[in-house]
Design a protein around this ligand. Structure first.
Ligand code: FEO
Length: 170
């Protein structure tokens, strides 16, 4: 059994991860609509990763005999006007996800819930990757994206991303 506050926070995180999947799906759809299919591919794979994150949190609750409570997933309401904005939105979104995971970690730390802390270690590391990856897209866009040929090459590079399942096994 886990502490009730931790369970509530993890249930909230499940919703946040599913919302993240929605955010990236919306971004992927925007790029696909703009014929930037490499960007669209990258963000569609990001959607799959977010779904995986939600599943891992669910598996953790199940493994500990706790109840999963699913709640409504908010629809994203972006109105992008240039190609850079979605990447920036993604980066800022990841900062919020990191803060949310740190919040659960902090609560677990307070009550000496070492099991949850150990489970969250993977996510703490994963978040530094998530922030780095989205920040890299912005930086590369700033370097190459304003030139048609550069944008084409960047899009081709992002088209090469393939989905890999998470390394964490519950
Ligand atoms: Fe599940 Fe991108 O954080």
């Amino acid at each position: 059994m886990l502490n009730k506050e931790i369970v509530a926070k993890i249930n909230k995180q499940i919703n946040f991860e599913l919302y993240s999947a929605y955010v990236y799906l919306d971004i992927s759809n925007y790029y696909a609509d703009q014929n930037l299919n490499g960007f669209a591919n990258w963000f569609k794979i990001q959607t799959q990763e977010e779904r995986d994150h939600a599943m891992l949190f669910m598996d953790y609750l199940l493994q500990n005999g706790e109840k999963i409570v699913l709640s409504d997933i908010k629809a994203p309401s972006f109105a992008f006007t240039d190609f850079r904005q979605p990447a920036m939105e993604a980066y800022e979104h990841e900062i919020k996800v990191t803060a949310s995971i740190h919040d659960i970690y902090g609560a677990a730390y307070e009550i000496k819930d070492f099991r949850t802390m150990q489970f969250l270690d993977w996510f703490v590391k994963e978040q530094s990757e998530e922030e780095k990856n989205t920040d890299e897209i912005i930086k590369r866009y700033d370097l190459f994206g304003n030139d048609a040929k550069g944008l084409y090459l960047l899009d081709s590079e992002l088209a090469a991303r393939v989905y890999t399942p998470p390394t964490l096994v519950i």
